[in-house]
Design a protein around this ligand. Structure first.
Ligand code: ZN
Ligand code: ZN
Length: 183
């Protein structure tokens, strides 16, 4: 049966809201929805392992800092092989009580503290998305597939003639090489 994926992960911060610099450590594992970057999708195959310290910094503000790690399944952008990789990132979440957000710089992304709890799921997803590759490779040296016959060049060279410089395919090959560089 498919597991119901949480749409938020609430941390109760009642216990830290009275004392400046009080903190609570959140050490949990929970399932995540797939992460999508451009046309690539990364499907979690493990629970997200999260370790975050939530600290009250005074004047109605709370920060959540820590790490997240999850194993995801994706496809190699060169040869389309499905493979699993570990994604990890630094979690940085800022939360304010409603009415205390006027001192916060505009560029700072903040979430609100509601009912004395905070939702750390958006910060966890952002941390992973920031670190995931735009063009995942199943192996740094993946030779990709032949543009003519589609053979997986990791299995050895195919019988196709190398693309000649005056062929219309040469331009296409140049384009593919270029988009690989910008990855
Ligand atoms: Zn590959
Ligand atoms: Zn070929």
């Amino acid at each position: 049966m498919a597991e119901v994926l949480p749409q938020q992960f609430l941390v109760d911060i009642k216990s830290i809201l009275d004392e400046l610099a009080d903190s609570v450590v959140v050490d949990v594992e929970f399932p995540l929805e797939p992460l999508v970057i451009g046309t690539e999708s990364f499907v979690p195959v493990s629970r997200a392992r999260v370790e975050v310290t939530v600290t009250y910094t005074g004047t109605g503000q709370v920060v959540a800092l820590g790490r997240v790690e999850v194993d995801v399944s994706t496809h190699c952008s060169r040869c389309l092989t499905e493979f699993t990789m570990t994604a990890s990132g630094d979690v940085e979440g800022f939360y304010v009580k409603p009415g205390h957000d006027d001192e916060i710089p505009e560029e700072q992304e903040v979430e609100f503290i509601t009912d004395r709890s905070i939702d750390i799921l958006p910060a966890i997803r952002s941390a992973l998305i920031l670190e995931l590759p735009f063009a995942p490779l199943h192996d740094e040296s993946c030779p990709g597939i032949c543009l003519t016959c589609g053979a997986d060049l990791a299995d050895g060279a195919c019988d196709c003639e190398p693309v000649r410089a005056d062929s219309p395919f040469a331009a296409l090959q140049g384009l593919v090489a270029e988009s690989d560089d910008t990855a």
